[in-house]
Design a protein around this ligand. Structure first.
Ligand code: RB5
Length: 145
Protein backbone atom coordinates (compact mmCIF):
# COMPACT_ATOMS: atom_id res chain seq x y z
CA UNK A 1 0.00 0.00 0.00
CA UNK A 2 3.00 2.31 -0.31
CA UNK A 3 3.94 2.89 3.30
CA UNK A 4 4.94 -0.10 5.40
CA UNK A 5 5.01 1.48 8.87
CA UNK A 6 2.09 3.53 10.12
CA UNK A 7 1.10 5.00 13.45
CA UNK A 8 -2.50 4.43 14.42
CA UNK A 9 -4.39 5.76 17.44
CA UNK A 10 -7.96 6.47 18.41
CA UNK A 11 -10.24 7.27 21.31
CA UNK A 12 -13.00 4.97 22.58
CA UNK A 13 -15.32 6.11 19.76
CA UNK A 14 -12.78 5.14 17.14
CA UNK A 15 -11.46 2.00 18.74
CA UNK A 16 -13.50 -0.50 16.68
CA UNK A 17 -12.50 1.10 13.39
CA UNK A 18 -8.86 1.08 14.54
CA UNK A 19 -9.11 -2.68 15.11
CA UNK A 20 -10.87 -3.16 11.76
CA UNK A 21 -8.23 -1.27 9.78
CA UNK A 22 -5.40 -3.16 11.44
CA UNK A 23 -7.08 -6.49 10.70
CA UNK A 24 -7.76 -5.58 7.07
CA UNK A 25 -4.33 -4.16 6.28
CA UNK A 26 -2.05 -6.85 7.72
CA UNK A 27 0.73 -5.92 5.28
CA UNK A 28 1.25 -2.68 7.19
CA UNK A 29 3.48 -2.61 10.24
CA UNK A 30 1.15 -0.79 12.64
CA UNK A 31 2.56 1.17 15.52
CA UNK A 32 -0.61 1.19 17.64
CA UNK A 33 -0.41 3.95 20.23
CA UNK A 34 -3.70 3.00 21.84
CA UNK A 35 -6.02 2.84 23.52
CA UNK A 36 -5.96 -0.88 24.24
CA UNK A 37 -9.74 -1.13 24.68
CA UNK A 38 -12.84 1.00 24.22
CA UNK A 39 -13.03 2.40 27.74
CA UNK A 40 -13.62 6.19 27.65
CA UNK A 41 -10.51 8.29 27.00
CA UNK A 42 -9.82 11.79 25.70
CA UNK A 43 -8.94 12.08 22.02
CA UNK A 44 -6.42 14.95 22.48
CA UNK A 45 -4.19 12.64 24.54
CA UNK A 46 -3.94 10.20 21.66
CA UNK A 47 -3.68 12.83 18.93
CA UNK A 48 -0.80 14.44 20.83
CA UNK A 49 0.96 11.13 21.47
CA UNK A 50 0.68 10.21 17.79
CA UNK A 51 1.87 13.61 16.52
CA UNK A 52 4.84 13.67 18.89
CA UNK A 53 5.80 10.17 17.71
CA UNK A 54 5.42 11.19 14.08
CA UNK A 55 7.59 14.27 14.54
CA UNK A 56 10.19 12.09 16.32
CA UNK A 57 10.34 9.99 13.16
CA UNK A 58 8.80 6.80 14.50
CA UNK A 59 6.75 6.54 11.29
CA UNK A 60 6.10 8.71 8.25
CA UNK A 61 2.31 8.73 8.48
CA UNK A 62 -0.48 8.26 11.00
CA UNK A 63 -4.16 7.39 11.06
CA UNK A 64 -6.20 8.97 13.86
CA UNK A 65 -9.77 7.94 14.58
CA UNK A 66 -12.42 9.37 16.87
CA UNK A 67 -16.21 9.56 16.60
CA UNK A 68 -16.26 12.15 13.84
CA UNK A 69 -12.57 12.55 12.98
CA UNK A 70 -12.95 16.24 13.80
CA UNK A 71 -11.50 16.35 17.30
CA UNK A 72 -8.46 14.37 16.21
CA UNK A 73 -7.83 16.68 13.26
CA UNK A 74 -8.21 19.85 15.33
CA UNK A 75 -5.80 18.51 17.98
CA UNK A 76 -3.27 17.21 15.44
CA UNK A 77 -3.17 20.42 13.41
CA UNK A 78 -1.95 22.37 16.45
CA UNK A 79 1.47 20.78 15.87
CA UNK A 80 3.84 22.68 13.57
CA UNK A 81 4.69 20.47 10.62
CA UNK A 82 1.66 18.25 10.98
CA UNK A 83 -0.86 18.30 8.14
CA UNK A 84 -3.87 16.37 9.34
CA UNK A 85 -6.76 15.84 6.95
CA UNK A 86 -10.20 14.85 8.10
CA UNK A 87 -11.77 12.90 5.25
CA UNK A 88 -15.14 11.32 4.56
CA UNK A 89 -14.78 10.74 0.82
CA UNK A 90 -12.40 8.96 -1.53
CA UNK A 91 -11.97 12.23 -3.41
CA UNK A 92 -10.76 14.02 -0.28
CA UNK A 93 -8.56 11.08 0.71
CA UNK A 94 -6.85 11.25 -2.67
CA UNK A 95 -6.33 15.00 -2.62
CA UNK A 96 -5.24 15.01 1.01
CA UNK A 97 -2.18 13.19 -0.29
CA UNK A 98 -1.84 14.74 -3.75
CA UNK A 99 -2.33 18.43 -2.90
CA UNK A 100 -1.92 18.69 0.87
CA UNK A 101 0.75 16.07 1.58
CA UNK A 102 -1.29 15.18 4.65
CA UNK A 103 0.79 12.78 6.67
CA UNK A 104 -2.09 12.33 9.15
CA UNK A 105 -5.46 10.96 8.05
CA UNK A 106 -8.35 11.54 10.45
CA UNK A 107 -11.41 9.31 10.26
CA UNK A 108 -14.73 9.22 12.10
CA UNK A 109 -16.02 5.82 13.10
CA UNK A 110 -19.52 7.18 13.74
CA UNK A 111 -19.83 8.72 10.28
CA UNK A 112 -17.92 6.30 8.05
CA UNK A 113 -18.63 2.69 7.11
CA UNK A 114 -15.62 0.46 7.87
CA UNK A 115 -14.97 -0.68 4.29
CA UNK A 116 -15.28 2.88 3.05
CA UNK A 117 -12.71 3.94 5.64
CA UNK A 118 -10.46 1.11 4.47
CA UNK A 119 -10.64 2.34 0.87
CA UNK A 120 -9.92 5.89 1.95
CA UNK A 121 -6.79 4.75 3.78
CA UNK A 122 -5.67 2.78 0.71
CA UNK A 123 -6.21 5.70 -1.66
CA UNK A 124 -4.44 8.11 0.68
CA UNK A 125 -1.44 5.76 0.96
CA UNK A 126 -1.29 5.02 -2.76
CA UNK A 127 -1.44 8.64 -3.97
CA UNK A 128 1.84 10.54 -4.35
CA UNK A 129 2.24 14.21 -3.48
CA UNK A 130 2.27 16.52 -6.47
CA UNK A 131 5.37 18.69 -6.06
CA UNK A 132 3.75 21.70 -7.73
CA UNK A 133 1.90 22.29 -4.44
CA UNK A 134 5.06 22.54 -2.34
CA UNK A 135 5.18 26.34 -2.20
CA UNK A 136 1.65 26.39 -0.76
CA UNK A 137 2.67 23.95 1.96
CA UNK A 138 5.68 26.12 2.74
CA UNK A 139 3.37 29.11 3.17
CA UNK A 140 1.34 27.18 5.75
CA UNK A 141 4.48 26.56 7.79
CA UNK A 142 5.85 30.07 7.47
CA UNK A 143 2.51 31.73 8.20
CA UNK A 144 2.64 33.84 5.01
CA UNK A 145 -0.64 34.88 3.43
C1 RB5 B 1 -16.31 11.26 21.93
O1 RB5 B 1 -17.60 11.14 22.43
C2 RB5 B 1 -16.29 12.18 20.72
O2 RB5 B 1 -16.53 13.48 21.10
C3 RB5 B 1 -14.98 12.07 19.98
O3 RB5 B 1 -14.78 10.76 19.61
C4 RB5 B 1 -14.83 12.89 18.71
O4 RB5 B 1 -15.91 12.67 17.86
C5 RB5 B 1 -14.52 14.30 18.88
O5 RB5 B 1 -14.34 15.04 17.91
Amino acid sequence: VGTSKLIIASDHAGWSLKSFLKAHLPEIQWLDLGPEDNAPVDYPDFAQLACRSLLEGKAEKAVLICGTGLGMSIAANRFAGIRAAHVESLFSARFAAEHNAAQVLCLGERVTAPYHALEMVKVWLATPFSARHKERLDKIESGKK
